[in-house]
Each structure stands twice: as structure tokens, then as C-alpha cells.
Design a protein around this ligand. Structure first.
Ligand code: NAD
Length: 504
């Protein structure tokens, strides 16, 4: 196979990113596949960031006047570009983030899906007519564009998360500035190039409508602190959310925070074990455990524990790990050395608090000294100790036993995060209780499905330390607009609300 660097440069060239753009600076981009440096880019300077925000502000002022269905046409054209380039863009996701091929392609499909959804939505940004208490009055609610929307994204969904935000933000009449993860800027350059192709086809998209800032945390801070950025949608660790949330609150900016998860599955006595086994395997090992919705905790009824866990261990032993470009691979590499170190430390801590660890070892280190391929770890825990309550962004599944349903739900909810959850049961009462107000406290609740792999039609996000934000479907578009309540008096008298009298 070509070197990853050569392959990435070829893909990027086809997607409209010149080779010269890949050696513009000192920040190295490394592929997790073999640790090779595949580009060295320059960070956006503070002056260039200010200029980008100026341009986005001006673009917003023009774009908000364009009728929404026409704005939707730009997003539709962008979806066509994505359809045409799904294969190379998906492969670039594989090279830069280490996802297996079908997951890289799946991410681009998710972008297409949200664009199609947003294009349709552009004709349905509906307000309300509300019954007025006063005669000859009409009370309405209208949704208006918000302003400049900043998007900060994590490495593990290097293209889809931006699209969830940008597709909606654009049809809602906003401009968008994207600060991608410093670990995956090449995917962002490719997406930007495809967006520019769509904008050229569209014809009259204002300059600066959707742009990029490249670099690390400090570059993202330009979006956090600039009063012209009305909304920041930030996806990443809870530590990142803790840093940005107070700064956004200090200037009363809107925030959509999509932070860490610590997702669990409950396996009940009536569970369809074959179905649960596949769901658990994908949920826990897919994307090498590097999804915000990865299954990290499994709470198994004592009556089915012995029927499930030995089979699960056999799956863990047999799953194909390796170069994500090979079709048979199911588990690719970790993003880098720091992730492996955190995994190693978490497994040591789990073992010291009574956990029995299967797997977790690094392999192929001789062949790839700068890449981190690990066998996913399954850890049988005597209780939900501190290490289990933390998100370690690596393929570790902690398994615990329960005897009573109420205890399972209590263990399930007894973590600081609240993103995604699942239950495996054929018992209607258990399923409904888990979905009810007394059940899972997460933003996403699944029955007989693992916690990962959401569709774009629903609102995506979670509670507690996951940040409370929502992206994608349902009525999430309202987060990217401001609401104005209008009252019109079409009569000739002036009745005051609540019967107040003020006769002059
Ligand atoms: P990270 O927190 O290290 O970085 C995420 C992004 O935030 C990067 O672009 C980074 O440069 C930026 N950033 C970090 N600190 C910042 C600051 N103070 N100001 C401005 N920008 C800042 O996360 P990561 O390692 O890239 O991704 C993994 C984490 O993201 C996991 O915790 C995972 O659960 C979470 N995640 C959550 C969701 C979700 O929807 N809830 C989705 C994907 C990933």
C-alpha cells in the first residue's frame, strides 16, 4: 500500500485541496494508522481569526435576507457534492481518524442525511399563531436568524458533527466558522473545498459564509470570546466544556455543549442474548471505543451472566484488529499515544480495585512503533468504582452484575455523565420503566439496540456532565434561531393585557 501521506495527499488533491496547502506550517498532522506525519499546517493567527469573524459577520447580514428555501438550495447542492465524493472523503476520515472504512463512509452518509433534512426543513421553519386575550389582536411567534455560529469539533467525528451544526445553521440564516480538532484538520480542509464548490454552483453565497480556523485550543478561544459569535456549538471532552462554558456564560452567548459520555447497557433475564451480543460488540468495540456513545458499562442480571460473558469474551478474542483500510478489520487504531496511556492507567486502576481484566494489550508495536493498536478490554468489576464512573476514551468495557431491576437502574444512573443508554429485555414493563421519568437519565435511551449509532432524525445529546446540548433532528433547529413574539392590534381601541386600565 502507498504511504498514508501519499494516499492522503492524492485524496485531498482530488477533493480540491492543493498539495502545497499540506506543508504550510509547523503543526504536524499524524495518521493513527502508522503514526506517519501526513501534513504540517500553520495555525490561524489571531489577526486572521479576527478577519474571519469580520467576514462571517458581514456574510450573516447578507445571508439572513435570503429566503430560507433558497438558503436550503445551497445546502442541497452541498449534499450533491458530498454524494459525488463520498468514497474519497470517507477514506480520508479513515486515514486521519483511523476509523474502519464503513464507518468513514457512514460519517459522510450522515453529512448527506443532515443536509437533505436541512434542505427540506428550510421550507418549514414554522412559527406559531397564539390566541390573544385581547379583541382584534394577533399574537405570533417568528423565528429569525441568530448570527455567526462557531463550531468546535472533536477528532472522533471529524466531519459529521460539523455538518449536523452547519447544515441547520445555514438554512436558519446564519454564517458558520469551524474550528476542527487539531488532530483532524485535513478532513476539514476537504469539506471546506467541497462547500466552496457548492457555493460557486449556487452563485450568490456571500464571502465568508462558512469558513475554517485551524489550530488548537487557543485558536478555538477566538470563537469563545468574540461578542459577534452568537452561538458556539462545542463538541469534546467534559474538561473542554468546563473551560468554555463559563466564558460563554460571562458574555451571555448561547452554547450547545456536546461532551463526554459514559454509556451503559442493562442486560435483563429475558434479553435476546444473540441480539444483545452483537449490539454489545459493536457498541463497545466499534470505532475502537472512541465514540462519545461507546458502550462503557454493562450491567448484567446474575441469571444471564454466565450465558453472556463467556461468549462475549470469545468475541473479544476473535475480533479483527488492524489497519482500518483493510475490509475485514473491525477495530482500528487509537488516535495516539496519550489515549493508549490513559487506557493503560485505567486498566491498572480497575485491576487494583478488584477488576479482572481480559484483553487491553497493545500489539503490532514492532511493526508500528508509532501507532497504537490494542485489543479491546473487558473488565469484570465487583462494583462501580471511581474508574468505572470516569470516561476513558478507549475500548474498555466494565461489566457488573445485578440482582434487582431497581438496582440496575440505580447503577446505570450513578455516573456524572448522561449521554446514551440501552436496555436489552423482552419484558415490556422493564423496557417502559427504563424509558420513563424514573428510568434512564440520559438524553438517548435505546431498547434492544446498543447506545451508539444514532439517526439524524432525533435530537442528539445528553444531560449532566455531557453538557445538555442537542444537535441534529427534532426541533433542534430552534437553537440556531432567535424567537420573536409579535403582537398586532388591528382594532381601533387599545385594550391592555391583564385588564389593566390606564386612561389618559
Ligand atoms: P477535546 O476536548 O480534547 O477537544 C475537542 C475540541 O475542543 C478540539 O477542537 C479542541 O481544540 C477544542 N478545545 C479544547 N479546549 C478548548 C478550549 N478551552 N477552548 C476552545 N476550544 C477548545 O476532545 P477530543 O479528544 O478531540 O474528543 C474526545 C472527547 O469528545 C470525548 O470526551 C468524547 O466523549 C467527546 N465527544 C462528545 C460528543 C458528543 O456529542 N457528546 C461527540 C464526539 C466526541
Amino acid at each position: 500500500m502507498d504511504s498514508v501521506r501519499e494516499e492522503a495527499a492524492g485524496l485531498l488533491e482530488g477533493l480540491g485541496v492543493a498539495r502545497t496547502a499540506l506543508t504550510s506550517g509547523l503543526r504536524e498532522v499524524r495518521s493513527p494508522i502508522n503514526g506517519e506525519a501526513i501534513a504540517s499546517l500553520s495555525d490561524t493567527s489571531p489577526a486572521a481569526a479576527t478577519q474571519t469573524i469580520d467576514n462571517a459577520w458581514r456574510a450573516f447580514q447578507a445571508w439572513r435576507k435570503i429566503p430560507p428555501p433558497h438558503r436550503g438550495e445551497l445546502v442541497r447542492l452541498f449534499a450533491e457534492q458530498l454524494r459525488a465524493e463520498k468514497e474519497p472523503l470517507g477514506r480520508l476520515v479513515t486515514l486521519e481518524a483511523g476509523k474502519i472504512l464503513s464507518e468513514g463512509q457512514g460519517e459522510v452518509q450522515e453529512m448527506i442525511d443532515i443536509c437533505v433534512y436541512a434542505a427540506g426543513l428550510s421550507r418549514q421553519l414554522c412559527g406559531l399563531t397564539i390566541a390573544s386575550e385581547r379583541p382584534d389582536h394577533r399574537l405570533t411567534e417568528t423565528w429569525h436568524p441568530l448570527g455567526v455560529v462557531g463550531v468546535i469539533s472533536a477528532f472522533n467525528f471529524p466531519v459529521a458533527v460539523w455538518a449536523w451544526n452547519a447544515a441547520l445553521a445555514l438554512v436558519c440564516g446564519n454564517s458558520v466558522i469551524w474550528k476542527p480538532s487539531e488532530k483532524t484538520p485535513l478532513c476539514a480542509l476537504a469539506v471546506q473545498s467541497l462547500f466552496e464548490r457548492a457555493a460557486t454552483q449556487f452563485g450568490d453565497a456571500p464571502h465568508g459564509l462558512s469558513t475554517l480556523l485551524l489550530g488548537g485550543r487557543e485558536v478555538g478561544e477566538n470563537l469563545i470570546d468574540d461578542a459577534r459569535v452568537a452561538l458556539v456549538s462545542a463538541t469534546g471532552s467534559t474538561a473542554m466544556g468546563r473551560a468554555v462554558a463559563p466564558r460563554l456564560a460571562a458574555r451571555f452567548a448561547r452554547a450547545i455543549l456536546e461532551l463526554g459520555g459514559n454509556n451503559a447497557g442493562i442486560v435483563c433475564p429475558s434479553a435476546d442474548i444473540n441480539l444483545a451480543l452483537r449490539a454489545i460488540a459493536f457498541g463497545a468495540m466499534g470505532t475502537a471505543g472512541q465514540r462519545c456513545t461507546t458502550l462503557r458499562r454493562l450491567i448484567v442480571h446474575e441469571d444471564v451472566y454466565d450465558a453472556l460473558i463467556p461468549r462475549l469474551k470469545a468475541v473479544y478474542r476473535s475480533v479483527r484488529i488492524g489497519d482500518p483500510r483493510e475490509c475485514e478489520t473491525l477495530v482500528g487504531p487509537l488516535i495516539g499515544a496519550a489515549s493508549f496511556e490513559l487506557m493503560r492507567l485505567a486498566l491498572a486502576e480497575a485491576a487494583s480495585s478488584g477488576g479482572v481484566v481480559t484483553g487491553g494489550e497493545r500489539f503490532d508495536a514492532d511493526q508500528h512503533p508509532n501507532a497504537y493498536y490494542v485489543r479491546p478490554a473487558l473488565v469484570e468489576m465487583p462494583a462501580q468504582t471511581e474508574v468505572v464512573r470516569r470516561e476513558t476514551f478507549a475500548p474498555i468495557l466494565y461489566v457488573m452484575k445485578y440482582a434487582h431491576f431497581e438496582d440496575a437502574v440505580q447503577i446505570h444512573n450513578d455516573v456524572p455523565q448522561g449521554l446514551s443508554s440501552s436496555i436489552f429485555t423482552l419484558n415490556l414493563r422493564e423496557a417502559e420503566r427504563f424509558l420513563s421519568a424514573e428510568g434512564s437519565d440520559c438524553g438517548i435511551v435505546n431498547v434492544n439496540i446498543g447506545p451508539s449509532g444514532a439517526e439524524i432524525g432525533g435530537a442528539f445529546g445528553g444531560e449532566k456532565e455531557t453538557g445538555g446540548g442537542r444537535e441534529s433532528g427534532s426541533d433542534v433547529w430552534k437553537s440556531y434561531m432567535r424567537r420573536s413574539t409579535g403582537t398586532v392590534n388591528y382594532g381601533s381601541s387599545l385594550p391592555l393585557a391583564q385588564g389593566v386600565r390606564f386612561d389618559v
